[in-house]
Structure formats: C-alpha cells, structure tokens
Design a protein around this ligand. Structure first.
Ligand SMILES: Cc1cc2nc3c(=O)[nH]c(=O)nc-3n(C[C@H](O)[C@H](O)[C@H](O)COP(=O)(O)OP(=O)(O)OC[C@H]3O[C@@H](n4cnc5c(N)ncnc54)[C@H](O)[C@@H]3O)c2cc1C
Length: 404
C-alpha cells in the first residue's frame, strides 16, 4: 500500500466528490477527509426546498449511502476543524492540536452565510441557512399562519420565501437593491421573479434596508431604513456568502475573495488545490475571475481537483450552470448573462415558460428561463459550440432549436 497521503479539508459536496474520485481513479494511498460538521458529505440545494419544507428527509441529501461512503476507505474526521496549514512542513493542524501530514492538499471549505451587524441580528428567531442544522432549526419555525421576514432577495431568500409561502406562512421579502437577484440576473428576470412571488402572495419591498430587529409585543419587529416597521415571528437572513479562505490566506496562498486557482485547480502553491464555493479562477465564459456558488461547479471542480492532484492533466473551464426551484417553477441559467448582451426572448415573458438568450453579435453567450429545460439544453449546445445564430430564429417558436 502506498504511504502517500492526500488530505481534503471540507467534507461538503466538493470534498465528497474529491474523495470519491481519488478512489474511482484507482488511488491506493491514504485519503484524509477533515470536516467540521458531524455529517458525511451532502448536497445543500434541498436545504432551502424539500428538506426545509419537511417533504424530504435529511438522508436524501447525502452524496453516498453510508455503506458506499465506508467502502471508499477514507480516514474521515467528522467534527474536526482545520485550524492552520504549514505549507513548508506540508501539514494541516487541527483545532484539537493534532497535525496531519500531506503530499497533496485539497481545500473544499466552501463558505459561510454572511451575517448582519445590525442591532437584534442575534435574537432568537433570526436565522441564516447554510447547513443541515440551520435547515432543521429554520424548518421548525415554518408554521402555517406565522409570519416570515426574509432579508435579502437573492436565490436562497427567494427559495425560502417560496417554501414558507407554500406552507401557508405570511411572507415578506426585503431587498436593499432596486431589484431581485440583481447580482446574477438581468432586469427582465428580476421582474419575472417579482411577479412570480407577488402572484403567490409574497410581499416584496425593494430598495429597503433593515436597520434594526427587536422583540415586540407579539414576536419580532424589523425597522426599515425608511422608518417603517414590519412585524414577524421568524427572520431568514439571506445576504450572501463569505468564502472560507482564511486557512489559505494565513498560509500565504494567493486569494481574491476565495482561493485563486488555475484551470487545473492548483493554488499558488503547487501541492495545494482548491475546489467548490471557495475557489476563484479565470473563466473564459465570463471573461474574468469568478467564484461560482453552484451545485454543478462543486461537483465538477471537486472531481477535477482530485484528478489534478493525481497528476492528470485536467482543464476545469465549465460553462456555468445554475438552477433554482421556486413554487412550481424550475429556473435554469447557462452562462453568465451581462447587461451589454442583446436579449432575445423565445416565448411569452409574461408566462411561466420562456427562454431569454443573451447574444454577443451572432453568438449566444448565455440563456436562461423558467420551466424550459429542454430548450435550454439546446441553448447550452449553441453556447458551447459557439454556433452562429439568427436572432429571428431563436425568437420564432416555430423554428426548432434542435435544428439550429
Ligand atoms: C440553502 C442552499 C441552497 C442551494 N441551492 C442551490 C441550487 O438550487 N442550485 C445550485 O446550483 N446550487 C445551490 N446551492 C449551492 C451549492 O449547494 C453549493 O455551491 C455547494 O454546496 C458548494 O459545495 P462546497 O463543497 O464547495 O461547499 P460546502 O458544501 O459548503 O462544503 C464545505 C464544507 O467545509 C466545511 N469547512 C469549512 N471550513 C472548514 C475547516 N476549517 N475545517 C473543516 N471543515 C471546514 C464546512 O463546514 C462544510 O461542511 C445552494 C446552497 C445552499 C446553502
């Protein structure tokens, strides 16, 4: 048996895929998986959807069944926090004082939910949502007839709003920017999301910050920047993610809002790689450095990092893909829509099924839309193959996308 050791820090989706891939690629050395949660690797998308609503059990989120995970022969360290990396001695120091040596180290530490610093941010009933424990405590408070205030109109906030509304709660979403999901989608999709939510009875307040949370006579009260008060029983703060890159920064690795890696997932130290929500790299599709918070990237980059650690020549340059489920809508995004792109709409943008294409000249750069998985699969091919298109044909419902 080889005495070589590959250490993975972070036992989430990317870390789980990295461990599984090392074995699938025939690696016979030691694999140490250090994770600060008590759980074996799991996927997070159901935390704001079926697991939050109670429709699915937490077990359904795990990457592998317990027997399959055990069969990987991984030295798994649950409830263990990596406190520091010594890149010279090639060791990871755990919070319990133990040191684990590595030949290659893969950082899959993801990120943590950003918290508010306003008065009342730590009151009971104020939640963030990142892990199974968060989903259990928030889920216990999603009760019909009670009032939920969502601070932040991004993906997690909107998914929780939809889940809570479906459970019969009174839901208000407060967003400081002038439109929903402003950071990730163009204005047309923000207004679509707003229509979707208001049509299901969610109250949306845009351009409004929450300045204070306080205990009131019948629950909690939020004071908005314009002085208005909103009463609620539970608050979900969904204001973004902070990459867990402190270990890397303190070890002197190049970081820029996450651990900078190349397309082989290598950091500025050739023996340390990174994957998933914590990794930043230059995306050819975006034309700039990006950090993707998506299921697809966590899986594909976890796999790529493991293969790269074994010396395989990989190129992690995925066309970004993200999906979100809200009410009866499955919204998917391929590529990175940008404000300078020409927008072509296929279908009725006032309906719950249409596709928006984003063009640079005669090339589709991105496509997104609700309940249009089939068309979007064809759109993906147009983007990846860089097929020149006629905008008129894209918009023409009689013209089959498959033929383009
Ligand atoms: C509620 C929710 C809903 C989502 N829905 C969607 C969706 O619908 N579609 C989509 O595409 N994406 C979705 N995502 C995003 C997707 O789940 C993430 O991109 C993915 O989980 C990232 O995987 P990761 O392994 O990089 O990080 P994580 O899964 O967060 O794993 C990182 C792990 O590392 C641990 N860790 C951190 N620091 C240390 C340390 N020092 N020592 C030991 N362990 C450490 C963390 O506790 C965690 O267990 C959602 C995310 C959330 C939170």
């Amino acid at each position: 048996m080889s005495t070589e050791t590959i250490v993975i820090v972070g036992g989430g989706q990317a870390g789980g895929w990295a461990a599984q891939t090392l074995r699938a690629e025939g690696y016979k050395g030691r694999v140490v998986l250090i994770g600060d949660e008590p759980h074996r690797p799991y996927e997070r998308p159901p935390l704001s959807k079926a697991i939050l609503s109670g429709d699915a059990h937490a077990d359904t989120a795990y990457l592998q069944k317990p027997e399959a995970f055990d069969a990987l022969g991984v030295d798994w360290r649950p409830n263990a926090t990596a406190a520091a990396i010594d890149p010279t001695a090639k060791q990871v120091r755990l919070a319990n004082g133990e040191s684990v040596g590595y030949d290659k180290l893969i950082l899959c530490t993801g990120g943590r939910a950003r918290r508010l610093t306003i008065p009342g941010a730590d009151l009971p009933g104020v939640h963030t949502l990142r892990n199974l424990q968060d989903a259990a405590s928030l889920g216990a408070e999603l009760v019909a007839g009670r009032r939920l205030l969502v601070i932040g109109g991004g993906w997690i906030g909107l998914e929780v709003a939809a889940t809570a509304r479906k459970k019969g709660m009174e839901v208000t979403v407060v967003e400081a920017m002038s439109r929903l999901c402003e950071r990730t989608v163009p204005p047309g999709i923000s207004s679509y999301l707003q229509r979707l939510h208001t049509s299901h009875g969610v109250r949306i307040e845009l351009g409004a910050g929450v300045e204070r949370l306080a205990v009131s006579a019948n629950g909690l009260s939020a004071t908005l920047s314009d002085g208005r008060e909103i009463g609620c029983d539970t608050v979900l703060v969904g204001v973004g993610l902070i990459a867990n890159d402190e270990l890397a920064r303190e070890a002197g690795l190049a970081c820029d809002g996450g651990v900078c890696v190349d397309t082989q997932c290598r950091s500025s130290n050739p023996d340390i790689l990174a994957a998933g929500d914590v990794a930043v790299w230059h995306s050819e599709w975006a034309g700039r450095r990006i950090r993707l918070e998506s299921w697809q990237n966590a899986q594909e980059q976890g796999i790529a990092a493991a293969r790269s650690a074994l010396g395989t020549d990989v190129t992690h340059q995925p066309l970004p893909w993200f999906w979100s489920d809200q009410f009866d809508v499955n919204l998917q995004i391929y590529g990175m829509p940008a404000l300078q792109h020409q927008v072509v709409v296929r279908g009725d943008p006032d309906s719950n099924a249409f596709v928006m294409f984003f063009l640079d000249g005669d090339h589709v750069m991105a496509a997104l839309g609700p309940n249009s998985a089939r068309d979007l699969r064809f759109a993906r091919r147009l983007i990846e193959r860089r097929t020149p298109v006629d905008p008129g044909q894209l918009a023409d419902l009689q013209a089959a996308l498959a033929k383009l």
